[in-house]
Design a protein around this ligand. Structure first.
Ligand code: AMP
Ligand code: MG
Length: 310
């Protein structure tokens, strides 16, 4: 299969909606990362997503819809108070809510769990696409399982180019980091995965503890580089020749392959996965990443980097 690249025009968004409605896989931009879209209540389409990404069946998918009301219909909530409180505050946006699933949500989408994850994304292209499809769409990051998430259409083509029908291209994603996932069946809600929302502390809306969730145990977000480690700036100065660097302190390093990311959480997150893909393309055998600053706003970035190292 040859993956087509569609610029995100209205006509192409319509074409993409038709392809997804017909059961095909099409990647599309969200404000977090590119998602691999497929019909979220259709077992055949969901199976194709797991196969294309080579994603383990126990790693649950997030169902994307265009309104909070549509999201609520996928849940089986005794009292929707907390749901509405968070939905009104953060949606459309990079927050995913986990709660007991409604009967019609297939276990295939939830990795066998009786809870489901739902989100209303903020990217105008994603919202328009979801509005046209008018059915829940699963959209895990559009990359082969275990690789860094795709933040551009080029990344999608690199790891899924021979496995999906098309990618809607709207340029780089705003956050470059996946959504924050919280479980609202407990009050206060519990963070299952820190993410884009944590770049701005979410404070009192969650317990602050991170509990971990299925599909989060494996090596993840990893570029194909044999050795990746964390190092201080002083250690970088003494690194062996051939070692590539990823830093956030602006420096000139003579005869080195290196990437400098902005020294603030939002800028760092936005550029991280693209920098990892470029460093991978340099064919370096060893990558040293400058240790990140302290602070809650760096938490979700640290989470991704530690998983890439593991
Ligand atoms: P992604 O691969 O970025 O689409 O994100 C999916 C992630 O959301 C999973 O790997 C889990 O960490 C989390 N998630 C999705 N559904 C559930 C669920 N039902 N229960 C707990 N965590 C979930
Ligand atoms: Mg992913």
């Amino acid at each position: 299969m040859l993956c087509q690249r569609f610029p995100a025009t209205q006509t192409n968004i319509q074409k993409t909606a038709e392809l997804i409605r017909a059961g095909e896989l099409v990647a599309f931009p969200t404000e977090t990362v590119y998602g691999l879209g497929a019909l979220g209540l259709d077992e055949a389409a969901i199976s194709k997503v797991f196969a294309a990404k080579n994603r383990p069946a126990y790693n649950p998918l997030i169902l994307h819809v265009h309104s909070a009301q549509k999201a609520l219909e996928l849940l089986d909530l005794e009292s929707p108070e907390l749901f509405w409180q968070l939905a009104q505050k953060y949606w459309p946006g990079p927050l995913t809510l986990v709660a007991p699933k409604a009967k019609h949500v297939p276990m295939l989408a939830t990795g066998g769990l009786d809870k489901v994850a739902v989100r209303v994304p903020a990217h105008p292209v994603a919202l328009e696409l979801l509005r046209l499809i008018d059915a829940p769409v699963v959209a895990p990051s559009a990359n082969a399982s275990g690789r860094p998430s795709s933040t551009t259409a080029d990344h999608v083509l690199l790891t899924l180019g021979d496995k999906i029908s098309a990618v809607l291209d709207a340029g780089p994603c705003e956050y470059g980091l996946e959504s924050t996932v919280i479980d609202i069946s407990q009050n206060p809600p519990v963070v299952l995965r820190p993410g884009a929302l944590n770049l701005d502390p979410i404070g009192r809306d969650t317990s602050g503890k991170i509990q971990g969730s299925p599909g989060r145990l494996d090596k993840h977000y990893a570029p194909l580089i044999p050795e990746i480690k964390l190092a201080s700036l002083e250690e970088l100065e003494r690194a062996p020749p051939g070692t590539a660097f990823l830093v956030h302190t602006p420096r000139y390093f003579e005869s080195r392959v290196y990437e400098i990311l902005p020294n603030n959480p939002k800028g760092y997150a936005k550029g991280l996965f693209a920098a990892l893909y470029r460093l991978e393309a340099s064919k370096t055998q060893s990558l040293w990443i400058e240790r990140l600053p302290e602070g809650k706003e760096w938490e979700s970035i640290k989470d991704r980097i530690l998983r890439a190292l593991s």
